[in-house]
Design a protein around this ligand. Structure first.
Ligand code: GLN
Length: 453
């Protein structure tokens, strides 16, 4: 597939041809299930002209359906554009197709989508990761030039790693969340999933920046990173040794080999441990579910999507929510309501906030000594369907990605190797807050080393 960098140079005739080709390719690869609806030529006539970008189904495009892949939002049409969509359009890009995801972005495999599963293009018996599994599979299968995803605890980085593309989560507050269906508001961040690092930088530059419509968006000067990309910057890289040692053998071996290559390229490597792995799963699943229970209380059959029939108002709420939400979403709302309830608030929620501060401090301390942190993205390569047998094993698999969201830091995943079955292994690079330039420079550097450039 043509890169975003090249696609931006096409004229409108060439773009029309490209969109038609894409539609044909999407039809031909239907079994992958990356998009939740089949695109037709009439779709593109009605959609905007511009370089087509695939959009996760929790980002609003005016007058398009948006469901967060939940039954409860069936039939709901977005009343306005998310800020990131307005920014795409202002740069002559255009939303093109809604991609599959775990329901309300809760998951790591895209299996909890109301629309059914997405296959990993590298191996159809395996998951594409999640929750932005549709976006990553679309890019990896060559049926999207680039895509937008959202990352609350790894949902951009992990599916990109499972499918073999690049996934970038900017610093919390760097990209507006206005028009993103909220999962956990203090963790959610929109970002690019692309074929390569340079494309990630290009798409990031387009969507980043202060937005007065999002009160958590950072009112900071923003300078684009793409014009200053420097693949030759020499870096001090802190390798998280205990995380690498705990990962599966193929991941461990691939990362150790990558570290050797980085050393040979003249980078300064030091080794650190992160003690916070003891706390980060618990802290994340308390904070994320608490915020989700509040955010998802708005879906009650009155204003949004599906409404179940009932004799009384109370019964209507209960029926709508009981029928509309899937099992995992219900589990998390119950968990979140529990940890916020009186008597448990201090024991769980407040404690999790304290753990969050500790986790952030640990990252910040390492990043005051090093330019970048290197660690795995997930303990293993892409799972087989159904391999994560219960919710706890799924939660535990998020061990390497969620700390970054709790600390609000920018992080990218870059493919570094394939295992013996051709499944992708990526490295995760994490930078200090607002240092997207350093993260993307480091990522470009790593990508060049891996590709032997
Ligand atoms: N797997 C994590 C969860 O289920 C992260 C999901 C995400 O980043 N949206 O919450």
């Amino acid at each position: 597939m043509i890169s975003l960098k090249e696609a931006i140079k096409l004229n409108s005739n060439e773009l029309n041809t490209l969109r038609k080709e894409l539609i044909e390719k999407i039809k031909a690869t239907k079994e992958i299930g990356a998009y939740i609806e089949q695109l037709t030529n009439s779709d593109i006539d009605e959609s905007f002209a511009g370089v087509p970008i695939a959009i996760k189904d929790n980002i609003q495009v005016k007058n398009w359906s948006i469901t967060s892949c939940s039954k409860i939002l069936q039939g709901y049409k977005a009343p306005y554009n998310a800020t990131v969509i307005n920014k795409l359009i202002a740069s002559s890009l255009a939303p093109f197709g809604r991609t599959n995801m775990d329901e309300f972005a809760m998951g790591s495999t895209t299996e909890s989508s109301y629309y059914g599963k997405t296959l990993n293009p590298l191996d159809h018996t395996r998951v594409p990761g999640g929750s932005s599994g549709g976006s990553a599979a679309a890019v990896a299968a060559g049926i999207a030039i680039a895509a937008l995803g959202s990352d609350t605890g790894g949902s951009i980085r992990q599916p990109a790693a499972f499918c073999g593309c690049v996934g970038f989560k900017p610093t919390y507050g760097r990209v507006s969340r206005y028009g993103l269906a909220a999962y956990s508001s203090s963790l959610d961040q929109i970002g690019p999933i692309t074929q390569n690092v340079e494309d990630a930088a290009i798409l990031y530059d387009i969507i980043a920046g202060y937005d007065k419509l999002d009160s958590t968006s950072a009112n900071l000067d923003f300078s684009p990173v793409t014009p200053n990309l420097n693949p030759n910057r020499k870096l001090k890289i802190a390798v998280i040794k205990n995380y690498i040692d705990e990962a599966s053998k193929p991941v461990r071996d691939a990362l150790n080999l990558t570290i050797e290559k980085l050393k040979n390229a003249g980078h300064d490597i030091c080794y650190k441990d992160l003690a916070n792995s003891k706390y980060n799963i618990a802290a994340y699943y308390i904070i994320a579910t608490a915020e989700a229970s509040a955010n998802l209380s708005r879906y009650d059959g009155v204003r949004y999507g599906n409404r179940a029939s009932a004799d009384t108002l109370g019964q209507m709420y209960a029926n709508t929510r009981g029928e509309g939400f899937g099992v995992e979403v219900q589990r998390r709302m119950l968990l979140g309501t529990f940890v916020l309830s009186s008597g448990y608030y201090d024991a769980y929620y407040i404690k999790a906030q304290k753990a969050r501060a500790f986790i952030k401090r640990e990252y910040d301390e390492i990043l005051s000594e090093a330019d970048i942190i290197l660690m795995p993205v997930a303990p293993s390569v892409a799972y087989k369907f159904g391999e994560l047998k219960n919710p706890l094993s799924a939660y535990l698999s998020d061990i390497y990605t969620i700390g970054v969201n709790l600390a609000g830091l920018p992080a990218i995943t870059v493919p570094v190797a394939s295992d013996e079955n051709g499944l992708n292994i990526s490295a995760q690079l994490i930078g200090a807050a607002w240092q997207e330039q350093v993260v993307l420079d480091a990522a470009l550097n790593l990508e060049n080393i891996v590709k032997g450039n």
